[in-house]
Design a protein around this ligand. Structure first.
Ligand code: BGC
Length: 760
């Protein structure tokens, strides 16, 4: 009787269970039964992510991987390119290992696969969440067609230091914008509902948790140290937003946080990530990160591996510290078997959700690779997105756009390179595919243009430095001619031209991982050519290649037009042509402050006020300012010009007071007052005028990208909610406090219309 009742109750409970709970139960049962059959070594094997192959992105690599796969000692592999190769490796796991558990195949699919989109810092400047989501979707489509089931993206580390090379790989300095971008990318990779129902949905991995962008002095892998209140208010949101979006995995960062390496930081990996934010996926080490705990000084590899596992790290990348030391640590009672079970379960759950147990060859359909990668359709989207990412920094006398019926001299080492166009962190790109800038301009200008080229200079004045700046096949061959000879050739080309396009700046590998720089200007050897070109008196347009904010005070003063094209991806050259010749009106807006001088760094728009803010009139004694430099940046966050102009009306408010759950609508009217159609990103900033802690002078809380035909106007409305007015207080509670708030709407962080509201 009792049994019957229990059965009825069970049935009733199942009936009331929603579909998701039922799915979860099925998964639990499947994974539990699999784990019941696994040995300790096999469980640890699932937590092992070795690397062996053509794409090495860190120190060291692994050996004898096939043998390890056969023994069930590998959970996944990464950075292998080619579906055929991946299929063969998957076959070893699925047909030759005891439990036939399929492998995950990860890759750094950072801004596209073979169809490459702009570097993340560039694509962020589109402020176009649909385009960003689409770029991730196309990346997932191509990567999944080539065997990849997991991307190590998005990288969401807030960066306020452009010396750091990996500033190129993130979305800039603003946490709110970074969070929106993280969500858009995860939707693109994993699909909107995280069910992985489309054949091209792959696992995403948010990285690097946490504070990797805050390394001291902009030096990669360096110490990060800050108050918890700053972490919560200024650095954590993009990671949290990724978790809210359902990101499948989280990668630990190389730096320490509170003096504990992130890889062994229980507060980060367990207390914040899981307990506070409710993350349910798996965590993974960065390249060799478990082994590096030894260098951080927490003990030998065995101790470091135990510390990482105990902190909440589930998967070890490359170090093989888990594989080689955890069995002994278990015996010695240094780690609990329950921790291993938990980590192994999380990895198996990811495989289950992806559908790999049912379809181990889900991503190994070799026919897809031929049809779905680098298609004309994908490339057309990449071209459009690249043009949208460019930021027009200066356009004196409307030099741009250029007429197509002219002789144009392209001068500079960046004018004639294919391999550098895609930008850093594009491991799947075919480097001979992109057009050079000259080829792109010729193609977009058509037959009426006469486009000639001269190199002008080497990339850098030192041959060894140039080699370091052109690694990974991003060659710019060293030119043995003297500087004078190269300049003479450039001036000769310039003398024949109506207009000069200076293709200068950084090569793609001058930013990215381990590419920190102390001088972030255009290299002097190139700048000398620019000076000579300007001295000819001919109009000069600087097409700036940059993987970071650069110092450009001299260029801003002397060069009539500057178009910052970042690294636009595989279709960059055509996209530059589209903008330079005016077929596309540029509308990109900076997501990272451009300082006037390296000495101002860190410089960011959302800073706190000081007790002695600088005056508008220049240097004043006993104020927070420099004797020899302004406080202001050269180009502020949110800034970017257009071939047209926009006029903003004052802000109107639906009310000036609001209580708890009420909202206020803030509106502005924007008019395209120029003669060209164009896009404008309208930005909403908020300032809390008096709080229990000092609050930033402004913080981005909303934005809307609109398109206006010449002469057209539109009203943009933002709904101000209490949520937007909240912050983490001293107790780290997320609260809003009554009082005055300034509501600012405008075209950049330093060009706004302001109104005030009161929160009751
Ligand atoms: C980088 C990661 C990357 C990993 C795997 C590391 O060096 O920091 O961002 O995902 O390598 O290639």
């Amino acid at each position: 009787m009792k049994k019957k009742l229990a059965a009825v109750l069970f049935l009733a409970a199942t009936f009331h269970m929603n579909a998701q709970q039922q799915k979860d139960q099925k998964m639990d049962a499947f994974v539990s039964s699999l784990m019941n059959r696994m040995t300790l070594e096999e469980k640890i094997g699932q937590m092992n992510l070795p690397s062996e192959g053509d794409i090495i992105t860190g120190l060291g690599s692994n050996t004898n991987i096939a043998a390890k796969i056969r023994k069930g000692l590998v959970g996944g592999m990464f950075n292998i390119k080619g579906v055929q190769k991946i299929k063969e490796i998957q076959k070893i796991a699925v047909e030759e290992s005891r439990l036939k558990i399929p492998l995950l195949f990860g890759m750094d699919v950072i801004h596209g696969y073979e169809t490459v989109f702009p570097i993340p810092l560039g694509i962020a400047c589109t402020w176009d969440m649909k385009a960003i989501e689409e770029s991730a979707r196309i990346a997932a489509k191509e990567a999944s067609a080539d065997g990849i089931s997991w991307t190590f993206s998005p990288m969401v580390d807030i960066a306020r230091d452009p010396r750091w090379g990996r500033v190129s790989e993130g979305s800039g300095e603003d946490p709110y914008l970074g969070g929106q971008i993280a969500k858009a990318m995860i939707r693109g990779y994993q699909g909107k509902d995280n069910t992985f129902s489309e054949k091209f949905n792959i696992l995403a991995c948010v990285k690097h948790f946490a504070l990797y962008g805050a390394g001291e002095a902009g030096r990669d892998y360096n110490t990060a140290d800050m108050s918890h209140i700053r972490m919560y208010n200024e650095y954590f949101y993009p990671y949290k937003a990724a978790v809210e979006q359902g990101v499948a995995s989280v990668m630990a960062s190389f730096n320490v946080v509170d003096a504990v390496p992130a890889h062994a930081n229980k507060w980060l990996l367990t207390d914040v990530l899981r307990k506070e934010w409710g993350f349910e996926g798996f965590t993974v080490a960065d390249y060799g990160g478990v082994g590096e705990i030894v260098n951080h000084g927490l003990g030998n590899l065995k101790e470091s591996s135990a510390a990482a596992l105990n902190a909440g790290l589930d998967m070890d990348m490359v170090s093989e510290g888990f594989l080689n030391t955890l069995p002994a640590s278990i015996k010695e009672g240094k780690v609990d078997i329950a921790k291993i079970d938990q980590a192994c379960r999380r990895v198996l759950e990811a495989k289950y959700k992806l559908g790999l147990f049912k379809y181990p060859y889900k991503f190994c359909d070799t026919k897809r690779a031929q049809k779905e990668i680098y298609t004309n359709e994908n490339r057309a989207v990449a071209r459009k997105t690249a043009a949208e990412s460019f930021v027009l920094l200066k356009n004196q006398g409307n030099i741009l756009p250029l007429s197509k019926a002219k002789t144009i001299a392209v001068v500079g080492p960046m004018g004639d390179t294919k391999s550098n166009m895609v930008g850093t962190w594009s491991v799947a790109a075919k480097l001979d595919q992109p057009l050079t800038l000259v080829e792109g301009l010729r193609q977009t200008a058509g037959s009426k243009a006469n486009i000639i080229y001269a190199k002008g200079s080497n990339l850098l004045s030192d041959q060894i430095m140039q080699k370091n700046a052109t690694m990974f096949g991003r060659d710019i061959p060293w030119d043995n001619r003297t500087e004078d000879e190269l300049i003479a050739e450039a001036l000769n080309a310039a003398s024949k031209a109506d207009v000069i396009v200076a293709a200068m700046g950084e090569s793609s590998e001058m930013s990215g991982e381990s590419s920190s720089r102390t001088d972030i200007g255009i290299p002097p050897v190139q700048k000398r050519v620019l000076e000579q070109l300007l001295a000819t008196g001919k109009p000069v347009v600087l097409v700036l290649f940059a993987g970071r904010p650069m110092t450009l005070v001299w260029e801003q003063e002397n060069v009539p037009a500057i178009l910052n094209v970042w690294f636009g991806g595989s279709e960059a050259a055509q996209a530059i042509g589209d903008v330079v010749f005016g077929d596309v009106n540029p509308g990109g807006k900076l997501v990272s402050t451009f300082p006037r001088s390296v000495a101002q760094i860190p410089l960011y728009y959302n800073h706190l006020n000081t007790g002695r803010p600088a005056s508008d009139k220049g240097f004043e004694k006993f104020r927070s300012n420099y004797m020899d430099e302004k406080n202001a940046p050269l180009y502020p966050f949110g800034f970017g010009l257009s071939y047209t102009t926009f006029q903003y009306s004052p802000v109107t408010l639906s009310a000036t007071e609001m209580r708890g759950d009420q909202t206020i609508t803030a509106s502005v009217n924007i008019k395209n007052t120029g003669s060209k159609d164009g896009a404008e990103t309208v930005q909403l900033y908020v300032r809390d005028m008096a709080g229990s802690i000092s609050r930033p002078v402004k913080e981005l809380k909303g934005f809307e990208k609109i398109f206006l035909k010449a002469g057209e106007s539109k009203t943009v409305k933002f709904v101000v909610t209490q949520e937007m007015l909240k912050f983490y207080n001293t107790a780290l509670d997320f609260v809003s406090e009554p009082g005055e708030f300034q509501i600012m709407i405008g075209s950049s962080s330093n060009d706004v219309q302001t109104a005030s509201i009161n929160l009751k």
